[in-house]
Design a protein. Structure first.
Length: 95
């Protein structure tokens, strides 16, 4: 999800593999499907963290292997999907 041009890209841990169909098989633009609620249904509640710039809070999955804070630079046509070109502005590892 991109908030104010900023977003989070998470690398899941192996124990989170059951979340791939929820997070990777459906668009985030579908307003009838809430990825957060679906993850919570599998006992994977999201938590809120503050981004590296201190401005935007983000929700991430606890115990993800790592995450990247990204800033959207542009979106280009990828044929049957859009391609987001982003700048990495912060990184993190779950403690």
């Amino acid at each position: 999800r991109i908030v104010g041009g900023m977003g989070i890209l998470q690398l899941l841990s192996p124990h989170q593999s059951n979340l791939v169909p929820i997070l990777g098989k459906r668009t985030g633009w579908d307003e009838t499907f809430c990825k957060r609620d679906e993850c919570a249904g599998l006992e994977n509640d999201w938590v809120t963290i503050t981004g590296s710039n201190g401005e935007y809070p983000f929700e991430i999955l606890p115990k993800c292997a790592s995450y990247l804070q990204v800033k959207l630079r542009r979106v280009t046509d990828g044929g049957d999907h859009d391609v987001a070109i982003c700048e990495v502005v912060g990184t993190g590892v779950w403690d």
